[in-house]
Design a protein around this ligand. Structure first.
Ligand code: SF4
Ligand code: SF4
Length: 265
């Protein structure tokens, strides 16, 4: 199985995670990110949590912010989150009931630091909601077809679960809440540019979920897809997901920035 260096972890953007964290703290980038978050209007909705069916994509600075905050969590809670992140990464395509790893009892356990993607949801109306919905379904259906060719059956509930938008988010006056999503995203992307080469920010649009990023930090980005297919096949043959995750967790260690030990195992 995969072995990784322990002292420093390369992120999927190819930079050292610990160094990037230090730089973000030193340059006040987390405070700048909080200012962007705090500039959103107060809203309310029906809190059905249907939009929390998977962990959201994060800009690079948001990932660092999450790591910075998660590193303060007690060890067992962090262990649990990492395990759930790996479960989502590998098994979300066969488990229709698995939500975002921060959703507990229909509530977001990191509401105050939820990322831009969650804050924007319902505040940016698609030009054509019906088309946006069908495009979201199309992407899921294409992935389901690809996995089927590899011998993995994706439940229809998973193809149907993605939501493109929600019209039930209201501002304090009860009106549809709106923000300029592109402008908000550009503000966060500018913080990424303080940490990454501009070309990487522009071309890669560094927007991956926490499970994807934790998985890449622990296992290496190249290994993940192959492992995912192998694990999905084993799970569909009846092996318990928790046992499969345990196999991985025994062979790799947390990045030091997420509480893993420095040096060898
Ligand atoms: S934004 Fe919409 S889908 Fe998400 S929790 Fe609120 S009402 Fe439900
Ligand atoms: S981070 Fe919170 S708001 Fe965003 S998808 Fe997860 S549970 Fe929902």
């Amino acid at each position: 199985m995969v072995e990784r260096g322990r002292e420093s972890m390369q992120t999927s953007e190819g930079v050292d995670l610990s160094q990037a964290l230090r730089r973000a703290r030193r340059e006040g980038l987390f405070e700048s990110l909080r200012e962007i978050y705090d500039s959103f209007p107060e809203t309310e909705c029906e809190n059905c949590a249907r939009c929390c069916f998977e962990s959201p994509g994060l800009f690079f600075i948001e990932y660092l912010y999450q790591v910075d905050q998660l590193a303060r969590e007690p060890g067992p809670r962090l262990e649990l989150l990492v395990r759930e992140a790996l479960e989502e990464l590998f098994f979300s395509w066969i488990e229709p009931d698995r939500p975002c790893l921060f959703l507990e009892d229909l509530r977001c356990t990191q509401y105050e630091r939820r990322p831009l993607a969650c804050r924007l949801f319902g505040l940016v109306a698609p030009a054509d909601p019906v088309q946006a919905e069908s495009e979201a379904r199309l992407a899921a259906r294409q992935e389901a077809r690809r996995l089927k060719l590899l011998g993995i059956e994706v439940p229809e509930a998973i193809v149907q679960r993605s939501l493109a938008s929600c019209d039930r988010v209201r501002d304090r006056n009860g009106n549809p809440a709106r923000v300029d999503g592109d402008a908000m995203a550009a503000r966060v992307a500018r913080l990424d540019e303080a940490l990454l080469p501009r070309q990487v920010v522009v071309e890669e649009f560094c927007f991956r979920s926490l499970p994807e990023r934790v998985g890449a930090a622990m296992l290496g980005g190249e290994a993940i897809e192959t492992m995912r297919i192998q694990l999905l096949r084993r799970a569909q043959r009846g092996e318990a997901v928790e046992n499969l995750i345990e196999i991985i967790r025994k062979q790799v260690q947390l990045p030091p920035a997420l509480g893993g030990k420095k040096g060898g195992r």
